[in-house]
Design a protein around this ligand. Structure first.
Ligand SMILES: *Cc1c(COP(=O)(O)O)cnc(C)c1O
Length: 334
């Protein structure tokens, strides 16, 4: 029985083509700046996203942490969504390791931060307060794509207030593919962007932080400090380059599968939130543990949550999505 894992798009296995690219990668010691494949990945992604420089790191958590620490000094502050990864799901790293104070505010239904609320949260220049330095957005946010028009407004707004603007673009390419635009249409509005290669793009490991030259130089120093300086990491960078060349357009298949899954579950009477990219949210209420166990016995891995998130990715086919729908139908009859 082949397992269908819908817990996250991080579970993908490297394909034969990707493994081949990794095996053939030229490598060197990246701490000395001598890994040609890492250098190529950093230059390539910086160019594709319109930045002067980039830094390859092991995880998205580290990429965001270095971004926050490169923007903010101790006692400074970033404004961020209450449910944002950089606030809620990174172990409080910015506060613990950077002495950076988060100022979370509620997200809007579309995944954006209301700019009037952000304005109200900016601290006046007064020694009682932390210095507000940065606004951090996330795109996609729980599968939702921030509108380009909103990003343009956020850019103007942060400029007017002398703040930097960081994007947690773990799923930047899902957003770009959904909008049918070049990723630059999104990234042009930001001072820095973090992109995950190990989510829907299918690489086993790695994220890239993009930004201006001095910002990335600072992040490079911080990366060594937190233990993220890797050596022959060209093996991993090769997987990232392969992913960027081969696995971006196909994200549309994941989006179509998510849509198909949502429609199937909705027809079966489940309460499903509207789908934009590769995430399907279903209200399971107090049935969360029961559906997890029921599906698990049938080879389908789910998280246990009242608001259940299912994520489509390259290792889940349309036929398997049909199997998932059939399983939910069977469950609802029990
Ligand atoms: C996965 C993810 C990250 C970083 O994740 P790592 O597991 O540390 O690579 C950051 N932001 C968002 C929105 C994510 O989904």
């Amino acid at each position: 029985m082949s397992v269908i894992d819908l817990r996250s798009d991080t579970v993908t296995q490297p394909t034969a083509g990707m493994l081949d690219a990794m095996a053939k990668a030229a490598t060197g010691d990246d701490v000395y700046g001598e890994d040609p494949t890492v250098n190529r990945l950093e230059a390539e992604l910086a160019k594709r996203l319109g930045f002067a420089s980039a830094l390859f790191v092991p995880t998205g958590t580290m990429s965001n942490l270095l971004g926050l620490m490169a923007h903010c000094e101790r006692g400074e502050e970033y404004i961020v969504g209450q449910q944002a990864h950089t606030y809620k799901y990174e172990g409080g790293g910015a506060a613990v390791l950077g002495s950076i104070q988060p100022q979370p505010i509620e997200l809007q239904a579309d995944g954006s931060l209301d700019l009037a609320q952000v304005a109200a949260a900016i601290k006046p220049d007064d020694f009682h307060f932390a210095r507000t330095r940065l606004v951090a957005l996330e795109n996609t946010m729980q599968g939702k794509v921030l509108p380009l028009e909103y990003l343009a407004r956020a850019r103007t707004f942060t400029r007017e207030h002398g703040l930097a603007l960081h994007l947690d673009g773990a799923r930047l390419y899902n957003a770009a593919v959904k909008l049918g635009v070049d990723a630059r249409e999104i990234t042009q509005h930001f001072d820095s962007v973090s992109v995950c290669l190990s989510k829907g793009l299918g690489a086993p490991v790695g994220s890239v932080l993009c930004g201006p030259v001095e910002f990335i130089a600072k992040a490079r120093r911080l990366r060594k400090m937190v233990g993220g300086g890797m050596r022959q990491s060209g093996l991993l960078a090769a997987a990232g380059l392969y992913a960027l060349d081969n696995n971006v357009k196909r994200l549309a298949d994941d989006h179509a599968n998510a849509q198909f899954l949502a429609e199937g579950l909705s027809k079966a009477g489940y309460e499903v939130e509207p789908v934009q990219t590769n995430m399907v949210y279903v209200q399971m209420g107090d049935k969360a543990e029961a559906i997890k166990a029921f599906a698990g016995e049938r080879g389908i891995k789910l998280s246990a949550a009242g608001r259940l998130r299912m994520v489509t990715h390259m290792d889940v086919s349309r036929a398997q999505i049909e199997q998932v729908i059939a399983t939910f139908v069977e469950f609802s009859r029990n």
